[in-house]
Write a protein that binds this ligand. Sequence first.
Ligand code: LLP
Length: 419
Amino acid sequence: MSHFYYHGGELHAEGCALPALADHYGTPCYVYSRAELRQNYLSYANALGEHPGKICYAVKANSNIAVLQVLAELGAGFDIVSKGELQRVLAAGGSAQQVIFSGVGKTRDEMVFALQQGIGCFNVESTAELELLSQVASECNLSANISLRVNPDVDAQTHPYISTGLKENKFGIDIAIAPEVYQQAAALPNINILGVDCHIGSQLTQLEPFMDALDRLLMLIDNLQQKGIVIQHLDLGGGLGVCYQNETPPSTADYLAQVKQKLGNRSLAIYLEPGRSISATAGVLLTEVLYLKPTVHRNFAIIDAAMNDNIRPALYQAWQNVLPLQENSPAASAVWDLVGPVCETGDFLAKQRELSLENGDRLALMSSGAYGFVMSSNYNTRGRAAEIMVDGDQHFLIRERESFETIVAGEHLLPGGKA
Ligand code: LLP
C-alpha cells in the first residue's frame, strides 16, 4: 500500500497534507515517508525470512543520513561505493560489519578506511584491485573479506545506461576467468574469500535475467567447491524495478522464493543490494508552477524544480507520474510539458501530461525517492532542494535547502582581486 494518497482533496504523505508542507518548507523539496521506507525494506527482509543472509540497502539510491538511520534501525545492512557513503552509514548509526563495499574504482585510502572500520566485505571488481587490497590489508595487518563481482554476461533488458552485466560493460570480472581469479585470491595474503557477487543492472521488471545470472553463479560456486574454495554467500546485487508508469515488477516474495528454490540444498547465505525498490516510492519532489506559457506548438508549464533537482528524465528519458497537490482545480485541462528554469532544452521533468494548471499550483513528481536528490547538482547556481521526512502526522527537516553561502563555501577568489 502507498503512503501517498488524497484525503479531503489534498495529496498526503502519511498523516501530513503536502500543500501545508510545501507552504512550510517552500519548493522545490523532497518529501519522504518513513512508513513507506520501512514497508519496502521489510518486504525484502520478510521474503528472506529465516534463510541466512542480509538485505544491504544500496546507499547510492538515497543517502540522506536520516533515511539510512530509518533503515539501520530496522536492521538493514548497506551496500556502499565510496568512503563517503561508509561515513554516512556510520553517521546514521549503522555498523561497518553490516556493510559491503562495491564499485570499480576503490582507492587505497578508501580501502584503508574501510578495513580500519571493520567492513563486512569488499566486492572486488578486478585482479588489479584484488592485488592492491591484499597489499593494503597486509600493511594494515588486517584481513579483507571479499567476494568477486563476476560479470555473468546476461542481458538485463533495461535502459542501456543502467545495464551492467554484459561483457561490454566496465563492471565485474568475466565469469569465464573467475575460477582462476578465485585461486589467485586464495593464495594472496590477508584475503579471506567469503562470497560471489554480481549486479546485472537496475530497474529490472522481470525475474528471468536474475535467474539466468543465478544459474551461472551457481555453476561457478559448484566449480569452486571442487577446487576446495568454499563460498559462504551469494550476492545478487541490486533489487527489483519499481512501477513508475505501467511496469509490473515481480514481488520480493516471488523473487526470493525462486532464488531459494534454485539454491537447493547448498548452504549459501543470500545477500541483496536493493536501492530503488526501497526508496523510490518513498519519496516525492514537490514543485510550484511559476509561469504558464502556452504556445502554438506546445504548452509549457515552467516550474521551480529543474534537471539539477532530478536529472532522471533528462538523462534516461525517465517517466515519473505528476500529481497535483490539490485535486479539483477549476482550470481547464490541457496537455503540458513541465520544464524547469535551467538553460537547457533537456531541462524537463515531464512531457505531454494532461493537467489542469494555474500559476502557483503545486505538483508532486511521484516515486522520486531513489536517484533523485542524490543525483542533484548546483548547475545554474541553484541551491539543492530541502529534504523532509514524514512520520505519521509529524514532519522533520532532514536537509536544509542549500544557500548561496553554502554553494560557494569552498571557492576562493584569486589574490589581488577588488572584492
Ligand atoms: N549494487 C550495485 C553494485 C549497483 O551498481 C547498484 C545500482 C545497486 C546495487 C542498486 O540497484 P537498484 O536496486 O537501485 O536497482 N541512476 C539510475 C540508476 C543507476 C543504478 C546504479 N547502480 C536511475 O536513476 O535509474
